[in-house]
Design a protein around this ligand. Structure first.
Ligand code: UD1
Ligand code: CA
Length: 462
């Protein structure tokens, strides 16, 4: 079998991004550009990838870990030089080398698979992926002879005015025969405007040697968008968002205004869920079916059950059970777990807490580091005082407890099953099951107070 290896070029500085971060770590749909590229490479059936790193390479290594092999290109002398840096990692047994740029995140696994299959079936020593675009500015132009055969690629900066008119561009994605690639790379020279070793020169060298050089034109030219600056990053984000939305719309999700829904790549949404405008679903968020999400809601790394209603909320690393309602204007911070049928209403914040089935935190409350049983009512204005200035302490509330409005629960404190807490209490001691705890000064009544006051001021009775 023809062993295949991919080389992903990711050593460049990405000067045009004007960033401290290496270009390939800039994100679209919540993942670095290089992660999208590697996902496509893996999906196309090429199992091993060598990533060429240089500028900011340590950060790229930290992000990708040990899922790929590495080649260092200490000085960035061009794309051809970068591929040469990977040579020690491509043993002689490898037949096809797929070269992909780390800054083309919209390429799909299908396109790469078609490129590899076409290359291997056609017997070319090199096959370049190309696209026909309306605006070829910034890309290498594909130069063909009169018979339509590729004779080379000319970079924009080296192109003649006539060559600049060519609308067929180099996607920066290629398949090579291993031996032919490295033999030709040994011959390239930095004789161009940028003084770089261009990988693209390999094609002209092979053609001069009468080798078969093929080209495959992509059907959707948007796939080959190369990210060189933040404008292109924004365009790629828009294209990726459109793809992700289309995927979930076709899977049975309703989006009232899809253009305002923003999705990360790993997000999953169940059928018959309705997503209202301005909703952002990030990280590894999974939403069940029959939910109503939004408007203006943000989920990060959260799991949501079925038939859940969430409006105007921010939900971070939390789990929400079936048939819960959350919001408007609720904030669920990391570690919140809501069992089924919980209601969290307006202006409630919950952090690192478990709320049992059917319990309610309907309005204006802070619940932190608490374990709340089933069927509990947390009155308006209730606060778990979980922080003593140094440490966080737990609050435990049993099943069926009624917590009156404006209660302070000074942790650590435990309230037993079915206990009552009178409104306005500051609870500092544990409350036994079934008991009533009230902590407030006795109310004083002074009859006829208004009249006496007015008399003192010399005014009328009243
Ligand atoms: C390159 C192609 C161009 C093509 C375009 C597609 C060359 C000479 N030009 O141009 O024909 O149309 O991609 O997007 O190949 N890199 C390194 N080491 C280097 C230089 C670059 O690893 O020394 C990496 C970069 O990190 C990047 C990729 O190679 O991921 C492409 O480099 P870039 O400078 O963006 O090339 P383009 O000018 O876009
Ligand atoms: Ca580029």
């Amino acid at each position: 079998m023809n062993k295949r290896t991919a080389i992903v070029l990711a050593a460049g500085k990405g000067t045009r991004m004007k960033s401290h971060q290496p270009k390939v770590l800039h994100t679209i749909a919540g993942e670095p550009l290089i992660a999208h590229v590697l996902a496509a490479v893996t999906a196309c059936g090429v199992e091993r990838s060598v990533v060429v790193i240089g500028h900011g390479g340590e950060a790229v290594q930290v992000y990708l870990g040990d899922q790929v092999d590495w080649a260092w290109q200490r000085e960035q002398l061009g794309t051809g030089h970068a591929v040469m840096a990977a040579r020690p990692q491509i043993p002689a047994g490898v037949g096809t080398v797929l070269v992909v740029c780390g800054d083309t995140p919209l390429l799909t696994g299908e396109t790469l698979a078609r490129l590899v299959a076409g290359h291997e079936a056609g017997g070319a020593l090199a096959t370049v992926l190309t696209a026909l675009v309306d605006d070829p500015t910034g890309y290498g132009r594909v130069i063909r002879d009169q018979a339509g055969k590729v004779i080379g690629i000319v970079e924009e900066k080296d192109a003649t005015p006539a060559q600049k008119q060519v609308r067929e561009i180099n996607a920066g994605t290629y398949c090579f025969n291993r031996e032919a690639l490295f033999a030709a790379l040994a011959k390239i020279k930095p004789a161009n405007v940028q003084g770089e070793y261009y990988l693209t020169d390999v094609l002209a060298i092979l053609r001069r040697e009468d080798a078969l050089v093929a080209a495959q034109v992509v059907t959707d030219s948007r796939e080959v968008l190369g990210i060189n600056d933040r404008r292109q990053l924004a365009v790629a984000e828009a294209v990726m968002q459109e793809r992700l939305r289309a995927k979930w719309l076709l899977a049975g999700v309703t989006m009232v205004d899809p253009t305002t829904v923003w999705l990360h790549r790993q997000v999953k949404i169940g059928a018959d869920t309705v997503v209202y405008p301005q909703t952002i679903l990030e990280g590894e968020t999974i939403i069940g079916s029959g939910c109503v999400i939004g408007p203006a809601t943000r989920f990060v790394d959260s799991q949501i059950g079925d038939q859940v209603v969430v409006q105007n909320a921010v939900v971070l690393s939390s789990r929400i059970g079936d048939r819960c309602t959350v919001g408007p204007f609720a904030y669920l911070r990391p570690g919140t777990v809501l069992a089924a049928e919980v209601k969290v209403g307006d202006f409630a914040e919950i952090k690192n807490s478990v709320v049992g089935k059917g319990s309610k935190v309907p309005h204006l409350a802070y619940v932190g580091d608490a374990t709340i049983g089933a069927g509990v009512n947390i009155g308006c204005g209730t606060i778990t005082c979980n922080y003593d200035g140094e440490k966080k302490h737990p609050t435990v509330i049993g099943d069926g407890v009624f917590v009156g409005s404006n209660t302070n629960l000074v942790a650590p404190v435990t309230v037993g099953d079915k206990a009552f807490i009178g409104a306005g209490s500051t609870i500092t001691k544990d409350v036994p099951a079934g008991a009533l705890a009230v902590e407030r000064a006795q109310q004083i009544i002074k009859e006829g107070y208004r009249k006496r006051l007015n008399q003192k001021k010399g005014g009328q009775d009243g």
